[in-house]
Structure formats: C-alpha cells, structure tokens
Design a protein around this ligand. Structure first.
Ligand SMILES: C[S@@+](CC[C@H](N)C(=O)[O-])C[C@H]1O[C@@H](n2cnc3c(N)ncnc32)[C@H](O)[C@@H]1O
Length: 260
C-alpha cells in the first residue's frame, strides 16, 4: 500500500480509505446529529441501556478519538462538555465542521492520528470512541495515548467489534458466520484492504485477556464491560453483521475504564 511519510502504514491506508468513503457517511451523520438522544453502535442501542455518557457533562473537558462526522462530540457538547475531537480524515472532518455549524455547536475539530495526538497530557476528564480509534487504531498505541490524555480519575469509554465477531469473520469480508474461522489467541490486525466483499481498511482487535492485560499495564481500571445486542433477531444485516447472528452472539463490546 502507498504510504504517507511519517504515518504508520495502517494509519496512512485508513486515511486514504476514509477520505475516499466519507461521502457515504454524510447521511448517517446528519441523522445522528439530528437525534435528540444518543444511541450507539450498529444496532442503535439507546443511551439509557448502555450509559456511555455521564448524565451531565457540565464543565467537563472531553475528547473524541476518531470522531468521523462528530455526532458523539455534538451529544457531549449538548450535555455541557467542552469538546475536542480528532480524526484522521479531512473529508470526514469537513462533514463534521458543516454539521457542527448547522446545529450551532462549538467543537474543536483537529486533523490527526489518535495514536499520536498533539494534545497535552492530562488535558481531558473524559475520552470516548465509537468505532473510531476503538477499531481503526492499534490498541497498543492508542490506549496508552488515551491514558496520557486523561487527568487522574478520568474515564475512557469505547465501543467496537467484539472479539468473537472477529473470530467469525470470513476471509472474503462477507457476513459473520456461525463458525470459528480465525484463531482467537492471534487476534490483533484485521486487514480488509484486499477482500472480495466490500474491501475496507485496516482494523484491530484483541482477545479479552489481552485487552485486560493492556488496561492493567497502561494504568486503567475496568469499571464495566457490556455486550450490546440488537433488539430483535430480525433487524436485518448491518456492516456484515446479520441481526440473527448478533442477537445470539456478541457482535459488539463496550469498555468503561478509569485512569488510576
Ligand atoms: C466509523 S467512523 C467513527 C465515527 C462515528 N462514531 C461513526 O460510527 O460513524 C471511523 C472514523 O475513524 C477515523 N480514524 C481511522 N483511523 C484513525 C486514526 N488513526 N486517528 C483518528 N481517527 C481515525 C476515520 O477517519 C473515520 O472518520
């Protein structure tokens, strides 16, 4: 893959991919910005079920890592937070800037890599990622970076694919299967750049024991772990996850962490 100087190859490849695909995410961004209340992940699980955000964020300094169209940042700003958001794609940020202005929400939107941010240590009380750094960045780089950005006692909350989904993802990029097709203990890089079905970028995941070990080594305590699921097994198929699969097996995970 052709790379940009000074960027790790996967960050460069994901920048190219997201700049190219940003137009496909405008409509979903517009819908999410217009929602009165947050809902999360592939299945739109309502905020009261998952509790991703503090009820009031008045006076909090929050950062979103891999913000895309930045609707999560918009939700946090409406709860009173002062929000900074970083994304690797200028094209995604262009949509974010337009929608923030349209909704009268003030955000600091920064173009950059969530694995190596330009922000000061301890600058934030709350960090979040919904399918941003959570899946597109190497956990061994972005989790320590998120820890650095937080003040002591600060919280990191993120949502992405469940490791079981990674194990059940067929090599051609097609929908999840009810078979274990990838080695669980080797989970780390998932390269979708050359698959037959809907080629994508480079994603990451880890076995649960390695997520736990990483959090312990970096200095996070685990406060909660959730496995969101669709409301019904007949909710269709989204992003290669059939609802019938995700209703029976965990397709997504949420980690809620606190900096020691
Ligand atoms: C699916 S969007 C996440 C935003 C939103 N929550 C959503 O689900 O649409 C994924 C975003 O992650 C961003 N991203 C990928 N790699 C990144 C990196 N290294 N640093 C910051 N953002 C990154 C992409 O540019 C893209 O905008």
């Amino acid at each position: 893959m052709p790379t940009e100087p000074d960027l790790p190859p996967h960050v460069s490849e994901n920048r190219r991919y997201w700049d190219e695909r940003a137009a496909d995410w405008v409509a979903a961004g517009e819908r999410a910005w217009a929602q009165p209340e947050p809902s999360w992940g592939i299945w739109g699980v309502p905020e009261p079920e998952l509790g991703m955000l503090p009820a009031s964020m008045a006076g909090m300094r929050a950062v979103e890592l891999g913000c895309g169209t930045a609707y999560v940042s918009g939700w946090m700003a409406r709860r009173g937070a002062r929000v900074t958001a970083i994304d690797n794609s200028e094209q995604q940020l262009a949509t974010a800037r337009r929608l923030a202005a349209q909704h009268g929400v003030e955000l600091e939107l920064v173009h950059g890599d969530a694995e190596r941010t330009p922000f000061e240590s301890g600058a934030f009380d709350f960090a979040i990622s919904e399918y941003g750094a959570a899946i597109w960045c190497d956990p061994y780089a972005w989790v320590p970076e998120a820890h650095r950005l937080l003040a002591p006692g600060g919280r990191l909350v993120f949502l992405g694919h469940h490791p079981l989904a990674a194990v059940c993802s067929p090599a051609d990029g097609g929908p999840l299967v009810e078979r274990l097709v990838n080695p669980y203990f080797d989970l780390h890089v998932q390269d979708w750049t050359t698959v037959e079905v809907d080629p994508g970028g480079v994603e990451f995941n880890l076995p649960l024991s390695k997520w736990f070990a990483l959090f312990r080594e970096v200095g996070f305590e685990v406060e909660d772990y959730r496995e969101p699921r669709p409301a019904s097994p007949t909710a269709g198929e989204r992003f290669a996850q059939p609802a019938a699969w995700a209703y029976r097996f965990p397709g997504e995970q949420v980690w809620k962490l606190r900096k020691r």
